[in-house]
Design a protein around this ligand. Sequence first.
Ligand code: FAD
Length: 425
Amino acid sequence: MNIPRTSYPRVVIIGGGFAGIALAKKLSKQEVQVVLLDKHNYHTFQPLLYQVSTGGLEPDSIAYPIRKILKDFPNFYFRLAHVQEINTQKNKLKTDIGNLKFDYLVVASGSQTNYFGHSEIEKYSMAMKTIPQSLNLRSLILENFEEALLTSDLNERNALMNFVIVGGGPTGVELAGALAEIKKGILPKDYPDLDTRMAQIHIIQAGDCILKGMSSKASEKAEEFLEKLGVNIWKNIRVTNYDGNMVTTNSDLTFETATLIWAAGVKGSIIKGVDGEALVTRGNRLLVNEFNQVKGFNHVFAIGDVAAMVTADRPNGFPMMAQPAIQQGEQLGNNLLRIIEGKPMKPFTYKDKGAMATIGRNKAVVDLKRFKFQGIFAWYVWMFVHLFFLIGFRNRMVVFVNWVYNYIRFDREARLIIRPFKRKS
Ligand SMILES: Cc1cc2nc3c(=O)[nH]c(=O)nc-3n(C[C@H](O)[C@H](O)[C@H](O)COP(=O)(O)OP(=O)(O)OC[C@H]3O[C@@H](n4cnc5c(N)ncnc54)[C@H](O)[C@@H]3O)c2cc1C
């Protein structure tokens, strides 16, 4: 990999997501050599992926080059590499560009879509976990309307204009809201010769409420907002299969659709070598102690979505969200420096900064520790927080300008089929 050996200890970080970047920043300008490996050369701001899928933002505005984030840090190396295996005995990694030795290893590889073993659903549904997947979804949505315009078969046309989202968490809710706004504000203008009133948006939720992790007020209000926008919410229903055309459920309900979006869950992206049964817990996450050390190791750590810090208060670990990932990255940075200085590590404590979701124009729900509010003010808060956490001044400006433009013009100009999506057969 062409990385020199120095007298400094080498910390290898797998993953340049929220957790990996927060850790790398903490270790900058310190007496350690940091090697960050990621299979992408950019950091993805996943909370805004749904806006790429629905043409509200260009993909470039929610991605940022990892090299640029860390360009001023001495002793820092980035390599575009897919890590394939970890050898904890020899302190060595195997990647698609070669092997690398480490003194300390931090697994910050995030999570991936969890299909809970439904292979047909995995084959035919659309996921929204990466930028390429969001671009696929954007293309498919637009291609469906182009096809709907051409077919004279009414069933086929309806199926092309039916969007079924599985999962009523923030991703499902935000996507449904955006699709409903497209139906209302954009489709009638773009397709005047198609009866776009027939387009339907459904959310199927296995539990008895949407936005389960938030307050009951937020959940109820989000449901009210979505219903006003014309989204159909089906609760206490589990999707059992999808063959590319028909969604079947554990009830009599079926849905004919050309687009099933799977937002029903994620699981940790664990890597071979640190995947033994004793190490992996619920959600395919690595069991870590309060210092983020992977169970049984002193020099192998895990942070962010891939790590399950199970405590008496949190039997399922911290939620797979940006804040726990950032805070664990920062804390581990401090702890690694403490180890190197021969000091004891400090346990991780989480500062809960709340949760929020937007449903659409002027509509959001926000749960802070002390205050819970919904509606237009919540929407401003949602926008401010997302702009604040986006990496890079240019990205913040571009997103802000796009949002203002979209708000004033009721528009989403990135509705482009740049890379047509070909469905798997
Ligand atoms: C659509 C969507 C919306 C979301 N909305 C919100 C929200 O509103 N608020 C919120 O708090 N959270 C939200 N989240 C969750 C949040 O994005 C994650 O919790 C957060 O990204 C976790 O950070 P991480 O660093 O653990 O992992 P990630 O950010 O996923 O980063 C992992 C990195 O590891 C790399 N990687 C993985 N495996 C390998 C490998 N083998 N070799 C090399 N590199 C590898 C990946 O390329 C990636 O860059 C959302 C997630 C999604 C998908």
